[in-house]
Design a protein around this ligand. Structure first.
Ligand SMILES: [Zn+2]
Length: 466
């Protein structure tokens, strides 16, 4: 008996958790936190849909919190199995999960102080100790190494091109009728021709495909992202303003550094102080340089020449709060890259409070902005946003560089699906909002001629036999 059940990232982009069960053995691909809208975040607090102790293992596609951030809670509530991940994902998780726990603890402490919680005292979803416990279960698995979970179920990782360490999970299992079947789960599908990391792997055969659909209804605008970035930096510097970039500490931050370094070397922008204001981004940047197994050829060449591909000329990694405060007090034009990417928390909030009211400044959003986030409100053009309880007027220029997203757009999803030589039995669309998923479904049916009932858009907790 083989089944898949979707415990998250159904008709939404967060909370990825997909339970695969083959003959009583349960493995869960990803264990993400729900983020964004309150009704989704509340799911993190509901009892887990099954006993965590009954899950034999977890397999991680990559380290982003919407794919790993529930692990400490799962472990706290009884999960004791191994957590498989690639070497870079293991290291990234060691940075990201304790940080996520600290945010949970800070949120709870804040609610208690403000008396904002109905629960007294407010408790964190999990603590740093829970995160440390979960991290002990991590087991590093290299790309292309087959792991036999049971006689009837094995998997391997192949590169996904999304962030460092990111992978597809390729399952080999025995189905209901005793046949060998293959299933691929993309986690987050990366982009083609991106700096630093390789393209998504081409896969040509699978019976079941679980694919993300964040940008299923959209193509990243077809403009030269580097030229646009140069233009924004030049205009802002001319106004004497600051460039503020909310960015995920892992992935986008490193890509931005790579592009800004190139622009400086090509004399296309002034040499400004560039601050990466996030201790986590600082650690992640070092890790990006170290994991050569995840580098593309250009990155390898630069490192072979003993150059640092991720350092600009006036480059600063800001670790302490004091240093961070100095950054937001800078008079000279600066470029500040800080987390979180959707401006939902983190040090970027202090910078936004300071910089948003000044029309000389520019805020550049470089990733997907989920519904309900401050980032979404800003890109939707709201005239004021609430930060730390204070209504902050938005006079700064708001720009979007959507094609810096780490997610494949609809063209790229279809390009990747085009690698399969025959129609699968099922394609499950996950990790997307409903409109994007419906559109992608139509495009798949139209482009490949696969039967419409091949493509499923699972509901929360929906289960399918394989
Ligand atoms: Zn991701």
């Amino acid at each position: 008996m083989a089944t898949i059940q979707f415990l998250g990232a159904t008709r939404t982009v967060t909370g990825s958790k997909h339970l695969v069960e083959v003959d009583g053995y349960r493995t869960m691909v990803d264990c993400g936190l729900f983020q964004g809208l309150k009704e989704l975040r509340l799911r993190n607090w509901e009892p887990f849909p099954l006993d965590p102790a009954s899950i034999n293992s977890v397999i991680l596609t990559h380290a982003h919190i919407d794919h790993t951030g529930y692990l400490p809670r799962l472990a706290r509530d009884g999960f004791v199995g191994p957590i498989y991940a690639t070497p870079a994902t293991v290291e990234l998780a060691r940075i990201l999960l304790p940080d996520s726990a600290r945010l949970q603890e800070e949120d709870a402490a804040y609610s208690n102080k403000a008396g904002a919680s109905k629960h007294k005292p407010a408790l964190p979803l999990y603590t740093e100790r829970d995160a440390t416990e979960a991290l002990r279960r991590l087991e590093s698995v290299n790309y292309h190494k087959m792991v036999r979970l049971t006689k009837k179920l094995s998997f391997e990782f192949v590169t996904a091109g999304h962030i460092i360490g990111s992978s597809f999970v390729l399952f080999d299992f025995e189905s209901l009728d005793g046949q060998r079947k293959r299933m691929i789960m993309t986690g987050d599908l990366g982009r083609y021709n991106e700096p630093i990391i390789p393209d998504p792997s081409n896969v040509d055969e699978a019976d079941y495909i679980v694919v993300e659909s964040t940008y299923g209804d959209r193509d990243h605008p077809d403009f030269d992202v580097k030229a646009k970035l140069a233009e924004i930096i030049n205009e802002t510097a001319r106004r004497g303003g600051h460039v503020l970039i909310p960015a995920f500490a892992v992935g986008r931050t490193q890509q931005l550094l790579y592009l800004i370094r190139e622009l400086e070397e090509e004399n296309r922008i002034p040499i400004l102080p560039v601050f990466v204001d996030s201790p986590m981004a600082a650690s992640a940047t070092k890790l990006y340089l170290r994991h050569t197994e995840d580098h593309d050829l250009e990155m390898k060449d630069l490192l072979d020449e003993r150059r640092n591909p991720l350092a600009t000329k006036r480059f600063n990694l800001t670790r302490t709060i004091r240093e961070s405060k100095n950054v937001s007090a800078e008079e000279e034009s600066t470029i500040v890259i800080s987390a979180s990417g959707m401006a939902t928390g983190g040090r970027i909030l202090h910078h936004l409070r300071k910089r948003l009211p000044d029309e000389r400044n520019t805020v550049i959003f470089v990733g997907f902005q989920a519904a309900g986030t401050r980032g979404r409100r800003l890109v939707d053009g709201e005239e004021a946003v609430r930060i730390f309880g204070e209504l902050v007027p938005v006079r700064a220029h708001i720009e979007r560089l959507d094609n810096l997203s780490a997610h494949a757009d609809s063209r790229e999803i279809l390009r990747w699906l085009g690698g399969f030589k025959r129609a699968p039995e099922k394609v499950f669309l996950v990790h997307g909002e409903p409109g994007a998923q419906e559109t992608l479904k139509d495009k798949i049916v139209e482009k490949f001629g696969w039967r419409p009932d091949t493509v499923e858009i699972p509901e929360y907790l929906q289960k399918f036999e394989l």
